[in-house]
Design a protein around this ligand. Structure first.
Ligand code: UD1
Ligand code: MG
Length: 454
C-alpha cells in the first residue's frame, strides 16, 4: 500500500507567509500529522504532492521515507494524484490523503483499506445536514454508488443528497493509473476531478465500497485560521480525554495543551492552563500546578511543580519541590528531594539529592553536591563576557545569602560562605570563607542637613 498526500493547494485564506500545510496543529505542522498517520499504517511509499512555492514544505519535512511530486500549476485533485503516480508501485493499493485534513485517524484508514482490493474501490463518506460545497455521493435504487457529482456541477435534486465525499479513498494502483489518464476537465471548474474515477470504476465492474470515519472531525479540512483553531481545540480535547481515560487527573480537561508527547504514570495531577511541549514524562504521583510550561522533561515520581514554573530540557529526580515561579533551562539535572523556590533559575547544572535553592538565585554551569543550601540571592557568575566557566560546590556546603561565585571556582565539602561573599578563589572544605568589608559604626556621626537655597 502506497500513500499519496495532496498538499498543493495554496491556502491563500490562511493569510500567512507560512504554507497552509506547515501551519502547526498541537505544535506540529498539519502535514506532519498526516505523514505520521501514514507511517503508522506501514505504508510502502509516501508521496507528497506539493505546489508552487512548496519547496519550503519539502525542506521543512523531508525524510528518507518520503517522495515528492510537484504539481504546478494545480489543475484539480485528479491532476494532483496523476503527478504522484510515477512514484507509486504497481500491484498494490493507493490511499489518497490530504495535507490539510490533519485529524484523520489510523483506525478509520485501516477499515477503509480493508475494503479496497483489485476488485473494489473504497471511499470514505460522511452524512451532513448542510452538505454545501462538498461532492455528493450518488447511488442507484439498489444503494450502489454510481458516481460523485461536485456541488458546482450538481442539479438541484442532486444537491439534496446529504452523503458527501470526504476526498479520502483507496484504489488499486493499476486501475487508478488507467482512470486518471482518462480524466477530462470539461466541468464547471475546468479541473481534473479525482472524483470522476468513481464512475469509471463502476463502468469497469468494480464495486465501490463506502466506509465512515470513527469520528466526523477526522475528515474536517482547514482553509483558514478559524478552522485551524477549531481543529486545535478538538485535538486537545481528544488528548485530554485520552489522559483522563488513562487515569490522569486534569482539574479542567478544557484547559490543557499538549504539543508533543505526554507520558504519565499513576495518579498524576495537572492543574489548569499547563502547556506541554516535546516529549514529557511524568512519574507516579507527579503534580503540576497551574500555569506551568513543561518542555522536553523527565520528572520522577512524587515531584511537585508549583504554579507558574517553566521547565525546559530538564531531568528531575523523585520528590522534588519546584516553584512557584521557578525556571529550569536546558541541561538541568536534579537529584531527589531538590527544592527550587521562587525566582530561581537553573541552567546546565547538576544539583544532587536534598539540596535547596529556595529564593531568588541563578545557578548556571554548576555542579552542586548533596545537602547544599544555596542562600537567597546567590548567583554563579559563570560568564566573563566572553567565555563560560563552571562552579563546583561540594556536599554539605552552606552558601550565605547574596553570594556571588565567580567561576571557575570550587567550594570544598562542608564549607560555609558568609552572606554577601564575592568568591573569586576556591573556598577550602570545612571552613567559613567570607569576603566583605568589616562592619564599622561611627560614634557621633551626624546626617548632613539640607542646604537652604537663598
Ligand atoms: C474536494 C472533492 C469533493 C469533496 C471535498 C472534500 C474533488 C474534485 N472534489 O473538493 O468531492 O467533497 O474535496 O473536502 O476532488 N489539491 C491539490 N491540487 C489541486 C487541487 C487540490 O493538491 O490541483 C488539494 C488541496 O490542497 C486540498 C485538496 O486537494 O488539500 C482538496 O482540494 P479542494 O480544492 O479543497 O477540493 P474541493 O473543491 O473542496
Ligand atoms: Mg476545488
Amino acid at each position: 500500500m502506497d500513500v499519496i498526500i495532496l498538499a498543493a493547494g495554496q491556502g491563500k485564506r490562511m493569510r500567512s507567509v507560512l504554507p497552509k500545510v506547515l501551519q502547526p496543529l498541537a505544535g506540529k505542522p498539519m502535514l506532519a500529522h498526516v505523514i505520521d498517520t501514514a507511517r503508522s499504517l506501514e505504508a510502502g511509499r509516501i508521496v507528497v504532492v506539493y505546489g508552487h512555492g512548496g519547496e519550503v514544505v519539502r525542506d521543512a519535512l523531508n525524510a528518507p521515507d518520503l517522495a515528492w511530486a510537484r504539481q504546478d500549476p494545480p489543475q484539480g485533485t485528479g491532476h494532483a494524484v496523476q503527478q504522484a503516480m510515477p512514484l507509486v508501485e504497481d500491484g498494490g493499493i493507493a490511499l489518497v490523503l490530504y495535507g490539510d485534513v490533519p485529524l484523520i485517524g489510523a483506525a478509520t484508514l485501516r477499515r477503509l483499506l480493508a475494503a479496497a482490493s483489485e476488485q473494489s474501490l473504497a471511499l470514505l463518506t460522511v452524512g451532513m445536514d448542510k452538505p454545501t460545497g462538498y461532492g455528493r455521493i450518488l447511488r442507484d435504487e439498489a444503494g450502489r454508488v454510481q458516481r460523485i457529482v461536485e456541488e458546482k456541477d450538481a442539479t438541484p435534486a442532486e444537491r439534496l443528497v446529504q452523503e458527501v465525499n470526504t476526498g479520502i479513498l483507496a484504489a488499486p494502483v493499476a486501475r487508478l493509473r488507467q482512470w486518471l489518464s482518462q480524466l477530462r476537465n470539461d466541468n464547471a471548474q475546468g479541473e481534473y476531478y479525482l472524483t470522476d474515477i468513481i464512475a469509471m470504476a463502476v463502468a469497469d465492474g468494480l464495486e465501490v465500497i463506502t466506509a465512515q470515519p470513527d469520528a466526523f472531525e477526522e475528515t474536517l479540512g482547514v482553509n483558514n485560521k478559524t478552522q485551524l483553531a477549531e481543529l486545535e481545540r478538538i485535538h486537545q480535547k481528544n488528548i485530554a480525554r485520552r489522559l483522563t481515560d488513562e487515569g490522569v487527573t486534569l482539574i479542567d480537561p478544557a484547559r490543557i495543551d499538549v504539543r508533543g508527547e505526554l507520558i504519565c504514570g499513576r495518579d498524576v495531577e495537572i492543574d489548569v492552563n499547563c502547556v506541554f511541549e516535546g516529549r514529557v514524562e511524568l512519574g507516579d504521583g507527579v503534580r503540576i500546578g497551574a500555569n506551568c510550561v513543561v518542555v522536553n522533561a523527565r520528572i520522577a515520581a512524587g515531584t511537585k511543580i508549583k504554579p507558574f514554573s517553566h521547565i525546559e530540557d530538564t531531568v528531575m529526580g523523585e520528590a522534588c519541590i519546584i516553584g512557584p515561579y521557578a525556571r529550569t533551562r536546558p541541561g538541568t539535572v536534579l537529584g531527589q528531594d531538590v527544592h527550587l523556590g521562587n525566582f530561581v533559575e537553573v541552567k546546565n547544572s547538576v544539583i544532587a539529592d536534598h539540596s535547596k535553592a529556595n529564593h531568588l538565585a541563578y545557578v548556571g554551569d554548576a555542579d552542586i553536591g548533596q545537602r547544599v543550601n544555596v542562600g537567597a540571592g546567590t548567583i554563579t557568575c559563570n560568564y566573563d563576557g566572553v567565555n563560560k566557566f563552571r562552579t563546583v560546590i561540594e556536599d554539605d556546603v552552606f552558601i550565605g545569602s547574596d553570594t556571588q561565585l565567580v567561576a571557575p571556582v570550587r567550594v570544598g565539602q562542608g564549607a560555609t560562605l558568609g552572606a554577601g561573599t564575592t568568591l573569586t578563589k576556591d573556598a577550602p572544605a570545612g571552613q567559613l570563607t567570607v569576603s566583605r568589608a568589616r562592619q564599622v559604626s561611627v560614634p557621633g556621626w551626624q546626617r548632613p542637613e539640607k542646604i537652604k537655597k537663598s
